[in-house]
Structure formats: structure tokens, C-alpha cells
Design a protein. Structure first.
Length: 110
């Protein structure tokens, strides 16, 4: 299963998610950002590649629909409601990500 994590700049939240969920070999994981200055900017290729798209905030869904309306239409998009107040690999952020993502997919215990 291919998981795509989206935040604004792809520096803290989505990059942390990519790093931690890459440890689970049952998933293929990528991350990207919605802003012009994102580390990796989300493309139609990312959207087409993903089985599930996890976004951090409502504004990310709006941006994806605005830019990739047709591509995003058939995709499963899940909002995690994680505000932009954490740094890369913040312990609290990791716990929140694992908890909220595990409501939608299996997160192994290893």
C-alpha cells in the first residue's frame, strides 16, 4: 500500500510521518508539501501514485482540490488534524501520528 503524507512545507510533520512509517515494510511511503517553498512540492504524480493521502490540516485538502481536482477525486484523503506546532521527529508528534494513522491502517508493533 502506498501512503502519501502532506503538510505545508514538507519539513516537519509530513517528513516525520514519512520517516516513521517507512520503517513498516508493508508500506511504501512518500511525503510532500503544498506550498511553493516546500522541500518537495506535491505533484499530480504524487497524487496518482498514492493509495491513501494523509493531510495534516483542512487547508491542505483545499489546496489539493484546487490544484488537483480531477486527480484527487477518486482518492482516499484523510485529515489528521495535526497543527503546525511540532518540529521534525518531535516525540509528541510521533505519538500523535501513530495514533491517528492507526485509526485508518494497520500499524505493526515492531
Amino acid at each position: 500500500m502506498k501512503l502519501l503524507f502532506i503538510c505545508s512545507r514538507n519539513k516537519w510533520r509530513s517528513l516525520t510521518a514519512e520517516k516513521i512509517f517507512n520503517e513498516y515494510k508493508i508500506y511504501d511511503v512518500r511525503s510532500a508539501g503544498t506550498e511553493e517553498n516546500a522541500r518537495i512540492k506535491v505533484t499530480a504524480g504524487h497524487i496518482g501514485w498514492a493509495d491513501i493521502i494523509f493531510v495534516m490540516e483542512t487547508k491542505h485538502i483545499r489546496r489539493l482540490k484546487s490544484k488537483f481536482g480531477y486527480e484527487i477525486n477518486e482518492k482516499r484523503v484523510i485529515r489528521l488534524d495535526i497543527p503546525d506546532e511540532y518540529t521534525f521527529m518531535d516525540e509528541e508528534l510521533i505519538e500523535i501520528l501513530k495514533s491517528r494513522v492507526s485509526e485508518h491502517i494497520e500499524v505493526p508493533d515492531y
